[in-house]
Design a protein around this ligand. Structure first.
Ligand code: PLP
Length: 301
């Protein structure tokens, strides 16, 4: 069922989904039982923040979507301009000013068989969920706790697939331990990234360190925005390299970045406070610079 204007008003804000060309209430939104996204996680996703009715880092998310799809030879479901239009329509129909837009592209429905089909028609899904900005700001003011967890993911973490079980397990263990995020640790004792964030530290010498891009981490769009915002300010005490858990625990400050939280200070790792256990001044400054940079580039939704 496609949503008419009158019908859309009867559906609560944030409960309209887009599925393959149609907008409908969540309760009616379905994909085929043999969709390869469902059966094999043969599927890519993106999450974009909408703040005060403006889409943040839109081009970065679309660039990464195209890169991820190309890496798996999944066809873009439509051209980029059309996709931008559907994103805005989905946001508008959901009547939300502060939200997260979720977008997923799968290889579509096929008879279940592991090899990729020779031809396919991608499935495109979008949903929009309200974000409580006050709760995010409270988290930013208080800082978050981290626990560390072995990185059990596959070898192509640079592709943003919906195959997220290892991330889900790590995040669940973190929440059970009273922490907000898990930092994933590789076999050599280095932090790769968070379960759904990129990881950063500020060393005792004031150098900002975050893991270099490779197939072992996701190239965060917020990570890139922070690096660009800092470069614009002439801040060049930045090292893109691996750091150990021990180095992180001894750091002056630590923080995570993601589209959903922006820059969030880390105040403890595995129950041990970072410095005095409160959000650091450098982290607060980086948040302010990034927020200003991203708002200036943001486009109306
Ligand atoms: N790393 C992982 C594994 C993620 O899932 C995410 C976001 O979902 C990030 C990093 C942060 O990426 P972005 O800043 O693009 O949200």
């Amino acid at each position: 069922m496609n949503v008419t204007a009158a019908h859309a008003r009867a559906v609560p804000a944030g409960r309209i989904a887009y599925v393959n060309g149609r907008y409908m209430p969540h309760a009616d939104a379905v994909v085929h039982v043999e969709d390869r996204g469902l059966q094999f996680a043969d599927s890519i996703y993106e999450v974009c923040a909408v703040l005060d009715g403006r889409l943040m880092d839109e081009e970065g998310h679309l660039d990464r979507l195209e890169r991820s799809l190309a890496a798996l030879s999944i066809a873009m479901p439509m051209g980029r301009a059309a996709l931008r239009f559907v994103m805005r329509e989905t946001i508008r129909k959901n009547r939300l000013k502060d939200a997260m837009l979720y977008l997923q592209v799968t290889r579509g429905a096929h008879k279940r068989d592991h090899p990729m089909p020779a031809l396919h028609k991608s499935t495109l899904i979008m949903t929009v969920r309200h974000v409580n900005v006050g709760a995010v700001e409270k988290r930013r003011a208080q800082g978050i706790a981290i626990v560390t967890s072995p990185d059990m993911r596959w070898g192509r973490c640079d592709i943003k697939t919906t195959g997220l079980l290892a991330n889900v397990l790590a995040k669940t263990e973190a929440r059970k331990a009273g922490a907000f995020e898990a930092w994933l640790i590789d076999r050599d004792g280095f932090v790769t990234e968070g379960a759904s964030t990129n990881a950063w530290i500020v060393t005792g010498e004031g150098v900002l360190v975050t893991r270099n891009l490779s197939q072992n981490i996701l190239a965060g769009v917020t990570r890139l925005g922070v690096l660009q915002a800092l470069a614009g300010e002439g801040f060049n005490a930045v090292e893109e390299r691996a750091f150990t858990v021990a180095e992180a625990k001894a750091a002056r400050e630590a923080f995570v970045t993601s589209a959903s939280g922006g820059v969030l200070p880390v105040v403890s790792i595995d129950g041990r406070p970072i410095a005095d256990g409160t959000p650091g001044a450098t982290t607060r400054r980086i948040h302010a610079l990034y927020a200003e940079f991203a708002r200036a580039a943001a486009q109306s939704a």
